[in-house]
Ligand binder design. Structure first.
Ligand code: AKG
Length: 306
């Protein structure tokens, strides 16, 4: 008999890693990519850990081409989720195509290939060890940071954004390097251990900024550690971890895919305006009624832009 909890194969696209016949029970499968004791202690002490060689160049190339096709209009996408580089928007520099891009929000919500990546057990097996077996997917970002003009993100804690939306039990962010990411092209910086403290006040920045990010008050550059990683590596981070990134001063791209996961036992903060609720994707395990908003199993229909 068909369970309401486990979607059919067609509902999860072409995911190869988590299928077990006609239906799948994502939690009955032996987890191959569990958290190691060293990763667990880094998670607890530092608020993050890094895994290398998680994805191959070929696997990342597939995503890179899809994102490029979206940016250049070869693949349809939700226009409201696509953001250009601020310098291009402000007319301070001239760039087109992927050289003019900043990011796409919720890319996994409209691209089956990105949704498959978000459900890949190489990302979600360690997440299960942190948030439990029942997992939902929140925001999912693809960031370009083009050569010379790619802009950094100020110090922030992602939990500041999620707190408006969820009574959080546990969350994990994953940051997958599509390109080599280093100090020159604008890698991530973190403040190890900052996840143990409260969420700081976040304020708007003066002047040029990527408008979706605010600055955490009191975060200090001198406490930051650069996290330089090769392509295919993944940084798993606590959503209270203070992190930032710098501008891209190199003549190389610095692209990444960020996926945020939350325990399905989390509760929504009630909102007066349901149209403001960001769609949430099923990732693995059960869905609980306490979540109280629709959870999507398949990619959403791309809205017609006006
Ligand atoms: O990739 C970056 O440069 C920063 C991304 C980030 O801070 C985030 O997604 O929260």
């Amino acid at each position: 008999m068909r369970s309401e909890i486990f979607p059919t194969i067609c509902e999860i696209g072409r995911s190869k890693t988590i299928l077990t016949g006609e239906y799948m029970d994502t939690n009955a499968i032996k987890r191959k990519y569990k958290l190691s004791p060293e990763e667990r202690s880094s998670w607890e002490e530092n608020g993050y850990f890094i895994r290398y060689d998680v994805f191959t160049k070929e696997e990342n190339d597939v995503l890179r081409h899809i994102a490029d096709d979206i940016a250049t209009g070869k693949r349809p996408f939700a226009a409201k989720n696509m953001h250009k580089n601020s310098l291009v928007i402000d007319g301070k520099t001239d760039a087109t195509g992927i050289y003019a891009m900043h990011c796409i929000h919720h890319i996994s919500h409209y691209s089956p290939e990105f949704l498959e990546r978000t459900r890949d057990t190489r990302l979600t097996d360690p997440v299960v060890d942190i948030v439990g077996p029942d997992v939902l997917g929140l925001n999912n970002l693809y960031i370009w940071k083009p050569p010379k003009i790619g802009l950094g993100f100020p110090w922030h804690q992602d939990r500041w954004y999620f707190n408006w939306q969820y009574k959080v039990v546990a969350t994990v962010g994953t940051w997958t390097a599509i390109d080599e990411s280093d100090k020159e092209n604008g890698c991530l910086y973190v403040i190890p251990g900052s996840h143990k403290h409260e969420v700081l006040e976040h304020v708007n920045l003066e002047g040029l900024q990527q408008n979706e990010f605010k600055q955490a008050v009191g975060a200090r550059d001198e406490d930051g550690v650069a996290v330089e990683v090769p392509p295919g590596a993944v940084i798993f981070f606590n959503n209270k971890l203070l992190h930032k990134s710098t501008h891209n001063h190199s003549d190389r791209f610095r692209r990444c895919n960020v996926a945020h996961y939350i325990s399905a036992k989390s509760e929504r903060v009630p909102t007066k305006d349901d149209t403001k609720v960001k769609p949430v994707m099923w990732i693995r395990g059960k869905i609980y009624p306490s979540f109280s908003y629709k959870v999507y199993r398949d990619v959403l229909t791309i809205p017609v832009s006006v």
